[in-house]
Ligand binder design. Structure first.
Ligand SMILES: *[C@@H]1O[C@H](CO)[C@@H](O)[C@H](O)[C@H]1NC(C)=O
Ligand SMILES: *[C@@H]1O[C@H](CO)[C@@H](O)[C@H](O)[C@H]1NC(C)=O
Ligand SMILES: *[C@@H]1O[C@H](CO)[C@@H](O)[C@H](O)[C@H]1NC(C)=O
Ligand SMILES: *[C@@H]1O[C@H](CO)[C@@H](O)[C@H](O)[C@H]1NC(C)=O
Ligand SMILES: *[C@@H]1O[C@H](CO)[C@@H](O)[C@H](O)[C@H]1NC(C)=O
Ligand SMILES: *[C@@H]1O[C@H](CO)[C@@H](O)[C@H](O)[C@H]1NC(C)=O
Ligand SMILES: *[C@@H]1O[C@H](CO)[C@@H](O)[C@H](O)[C@H]1NC(C)=O
Ligand SMILES: *[C@@H]1O[C@H](CO)[C@@H](O)[C@H](O)[C@H]1NC(C)=O
Length: 505
């Protein structure tokens, strides 16, 4: 009995961890529900603990309830940039949306499929395929229009441009092509070799050399110009006779000829003939130029031409510059009549750079040019009364304190002369002068010697008046009154026009 008691006490002691080792109870095995759902039970010596499975989390903390983690919401970058993240109980899945494919099997990472490369036939004729991230679309080539039905196949049909009125200008015959068109101009009209611009009238009679109207030195050049004009204005001419000189060659010839001829002009009438030929030539050459900007320079002459061939009339300021002159105008001025825009516009600045020789021939005792002379021309042929003036900045040939007069070469009446009408000086200092003119022509700065002489005359007259006044008071009063009257007349109004007779004999 005593022995049994001893054994019992021994067992109890062992049970309470004192003394000899006892066997641990595996709570996890004994009670499979001891941890909640989605958690794992871990046995420890004398105890156990619960831990949520991967993909689950004990959101409540103490309650030991393992709930699903929404991996897609917790980590935006868990899938690739374009992947779709799908949450699942205890897990998640990355999938590729349509238009993407998965090149990485371990962790989906979707990449765009380039449908245009994958299937070159995906868009129909006359359209181009444009890939986008996850998709693509078809766009019609210029001249075609998309049928509203289907952007995915790009059914593009030809736009019949010829249905648009006036696309080939007055009298032009429009020929429609698949996605394009061309204009056939009737005789006497041309589109200057650019068969998608409007036909405009071209009168070649003006390129007839006329004794008394054309300087002899220009004869061969003007004949060439006339041949080119005839070919341009007659589209029925057979191919072989349509060999034209290029615009660049014509321009070089014009500048070369001008360079030589302007040194030899003998009279105002010859200056008029020279300038008229130059302006007329430019009107034929400029529309044929293929470059946006063309510059040609010879010893004494410099040409700068800017051409625009936009579908719609160009707009905004335009500036042409050479070392002696700057022209500021706008494309609106160059275009003029917006309604009859022919499909091109140009601005020309032609500068007779070294005008010392011409200046000498112009030089009368009271007249002298203070700048280069420049011819300004634009595609708009109605330039006698511009809605917006052009500005010309002239560098003085020599710095001078004399107030220069802005002048243009006027050839309406008589042989021609420098005239100040329609031109005003808006700014002037010793080195340059800005002229603002409301018409186009050839411009220059004239030294105001005329006015200087006038004031000189005035002081001489006054000195005479004062000395005479000592003796003849009445006479001097009359004289000075006459003087003031005279000066007011000379300075007032628009009498800026100054006649020059060059070599008037
Ligand atoms: C224009 O293109 C379409 C489709 O390619 C073709 O069927 C049609 O004959 C062409 N028309 C002309 C005038 O070339
Ligand atoms: C129209 O002009 C273009 C470019 O100058 C040329 O390639 C084409 O052959 C011309 N078309 C016709 C019908 O003259
Ligand atoms: C155009 O050229 C043809 C062929 O050389 C000619 O018969 C016709 O008279 C010319 N037309 C004009 C207006 O010059
Ligand atoms: C223009 O003159 C220059 C210099 O004299 C010359 O080299 C050039 O060939 C000439 N151009 C033409 C088209 O006559
Ligand atoms: C241009 O000037 C140079 C030097 O003064 C001269 O040698 C040349 O012959 C001139 N060219 C022309 C085309 O007048
Ligand atoms: C010429 O001008 C047009 C705009 O009128 C522009 O699109 C084109 O790029 C220009 N060309 C060059 C060679 O500068
Ligand atoms: C010309 O100059 C005037 C005054 O300086 C200015 O108001 C005008 O805008 C200029 N015109 C052009 C075309 O630059
Ligand atoms: C020329 O232009 C002026 C001003 O822009 C306008 O009043 C006139 O009618 C035009 N003349 C012609 C012949 O187009």
């Amino acid at each position: 009995m005593g022995a049994i008691l001893f054994l019992l006490i021994l067992a109890l002691l062992k049970d309470h961890g004192h003394g000899a080792p006892q066997k641990d109870i595996d709570e996890c095995s004994n009670n499979s529900l001891i941890c909640g759902d989605n958690s794992a039970c871990f046995n420890t010596v004398g105890s156990y603990y619960c831990e949520c499975l991967t993909g689950f989390k004990d959101f409540a903390g103490a309650t030991r309830q393992c709930l699903d983690i929404d991996e897609c919401a917790e980590n935006q970058h868990i899938c690739g940039e374009w992947d779709i993240c799908l949450n699942q109980v205890g897990s998640y899945q990355c999938k590729c949306p349509t238009g993407f494919s998965n090149y990485n099997y371990r962790r989906p990472h979707c990449v765009d499929i380039n449908e245009c490369m994958a299937n070159p036939q995906i868009c129909e004729d006359h359209s181009i395929c444009l890939n986008t991230i996850g998709s693509y679309y078809c766009e019609c080539l210029p001249g075609f229009t998309l049928q509203p039905t289907n952007i995915a196949t790009g059914q593009c049909l030809d736009i019949n441009v010829c249905n648009t009125e006036g696309v080939c200008g007055k009298g032009g015959i429009c020929h429609n092509l698949n996605g394009s068109y061309w204009c056939l101009c009737p005789a006497g009209f041309t589109n200057f070799g650019n068969n998608q611009t409007k036909c405009v009238e071209l009168n070649c009679d003006q390129y007839e050399t006329q004794p008394g109207q054309t300087l002899p030195g220009f004869y061969s050049f003007v004949s060439l110009l006339r041949n080119n004009c005839l070919v341009l204005s007659n589209s029925t001419l057979p191919g072989t006779s349509r060999q034209l000189l290029t615009a660049n060659v014509l321009l070089t010839l014009l500048v070369n000829t001008t360079d030589v001829l302007h040194l030899g002009v003998q009279s105002n009438g010859e200056v008029t003939k020279l300038l008229r030929t130059i302006e007329m030539s430019i009107r034929l050459i400029a529309p044929l130029l293929t470059e946006n900007v063309t510059r040609i320079e010879t010893n004494h002459t410099k040409a700068e031409i800017m051409v625009r061939r936009d579908k719609n009339p160009p707009e905004g300021p335009v500036s042409l510059t050479n070392e002696n002159t700057q022209l500021d105008t706008t494309w609106e001025t160059a275009v003029g009549d917006y309604q009859n825009y022919p499909g091109f516009a140009f601005v020309v600045l032609l500068s007779y750079k070294n005008l010392d020789t011409l200046k000498d021939s112009f030089s009368h005792q009271s007249q002298q040019l203070m700048s280069s002379a420049v011819t300004v021309s634009v595609s708009n042929s109605n330039t006698t009364n511009l809605p917006q003036p052009v500005n010309l900045t002239f560098n003085h040939l020599q710095s001078s304190d004399v107030d220069p007069t802005c002048v243009y070469w006027s050839d309406e009446n008589g042989p021609g002369e420098w005239s100040g009408q329609g031109c005003t000086s808006v700014m002037s200092n010793s080195t340059h002068t800005v002229c603002s003119c409301n018409h186009l022509s050839t411009f220059a700065l004239l030294k105001g010697i005329h006015q200087k002489k006038e004031s000189g005359q005035l002081s001489v007259v006054m000195w005479v008046g004062i000395s005479v006044a000592l003796a003849f008071v009445v006479l001097s009063l009359i004289m000075s009154l006459w003087c003031r009257n005279f000066s007011r007349k000379r300075r007032g109004g628009h009498r800026l026009q100054q006649d020059i007779q060059l070599y008037s004999k």
